[in-house]
Design a protein around this ligand. Structure first.
Ligand code: AMP
Length: 295
């Protein structure tokens, strides 16, 4: 296959209000965090759309990493924008606004020749995730994520995506909203019954749990950091996970979870993608080692 990783999802301009400060015009989006994180392991081909207001800083960011933007469309109009406000202890987040902008009517033009080992469907409308699944015929594994807005707006489409997904990730609150269950173990197995062979439920500061039909793995977080901005933690986690397995295979999925957890720990240590871009190889490895010492 020509591509190891192809990703689709939002490419956004975010406004963040956190107990440690507010920032606007920050580059964000599910596909942005994912692609930067995963490109540490293998090149990423990004599919998406931005408006003509998308700043040079965003393109520079993708160019600096191994993120190919040939399939990112630029259209007259507004880039997807999202505003979020965290509570005083960061335990909850309210969406202030979601403006799909040019994503609203986006139908990607994907040549038949595009193939991939891993197709990552980041958080975006399920109809778009399904369209990309349909258009990329030659793919080995589908990994997907979603968010509360799409559970509210298109539950049917989302279950179709889940049914076609091999590795499904979502956070605990969304998992409860999606299934109407509160027991994480029950939810994990219910989701496995719906199609994926692997389900990972992210539990914020409480770590994550991976479910397959054969095993359940608990992964703690890297807890020696100061939290600044959790935005994009989930997508960075997915980037670390998919990056790792695209390079080393899925045999050692526990190690992949350690990499995913360490990757997300950098994202939350600063605003937007800054934390992720500041991680050095040495500090990454030392965080992985620390996480493993807690297993
Ligand atoms: P996370 O913190 O992992 O939930 O990801 C937040 C990122 O996803 C932000 O950078 C937002 O721009 C983007 N985002 C927020 N809401 C949505 C949505 N409904 N669909 C797609 N992307 C979104």
């Amino acid at each position: 296959m020509k591509n190891k990783i192809v990703s689709v999802g939002s490419i956004a301009i975010d406004e963040l209000q956190t107990p440690k400060g507010s920032h606007s015009n920050i580059i964000g989006g599910s596909a942005t965090f994912f692609s930067i994180a995963a490109s540490r392991y293998n090149p990423v081909k990004l599919i998406g759309i931005v408006g003509d207001d998308f700043p040079k800083e965003g393109w520079d960011l993708f160019n600096k990493y191994d993120v190919n933007t040939d399939m990112v469309t630029i259209e007259n109009g507004k880039t997807f924008s999202w505003g979020g406000k965290y509570s005083d202890d960061y335990s909850t987040r309210d969406t202030l606004y979601t403006d799909l902008g040019v994503f609203e009517n986006y139908i990607p033009n994907i040549p038949e020749s595009v193939d991939t080992e891993y197709l990552y469907l980041g958080n975006i409308q399920p109809s778009l995730q399904l369209d990309v699944i349909k258009k990329i015929k030659n793919k080995k594994r589908i990994v997907s994520d979603t968010m509360n807005l799409w559970i509210d707006l298109d539950l049917k489409g989302l279950w179709e995506v889940i049914n076609l997904t091999n590795i499904f990730l979502l956070n605990d609150e969304e998992a409860m909203q999606l299934t109407g269950e509160t027991d994480i173990n029950k939810i994990g197995h219910q989701l496995i019954d719906a199609g994926p062979d692997t389900v990972i439920i992210k539990k914020g500061a409480k770590g994550s749990t991976l479910f397959t039909s054969k095993e359940t793995i608990e992964m703690p977080v890297y807890d020696k950091i100061e939290l600044f901005d959790p935005t994009g933690a989930g997508d960075s986690f997915a980037g670390g996970l998919v990056g790792y397995i695209s390079k080393h295979g899925e045999e050692n999925i526990k190690e992949a979870l350690v990499h995913a957890t360490a990757t997300a720990s950098f994202t939350v240590s600063d605003f937007g993608v800054t934390g992720l871009t500041k991680s050095s190889r040495e500090s990454f490895e030392s965080r992985c080692k620390y996480i493993k010492s807690k297993l």
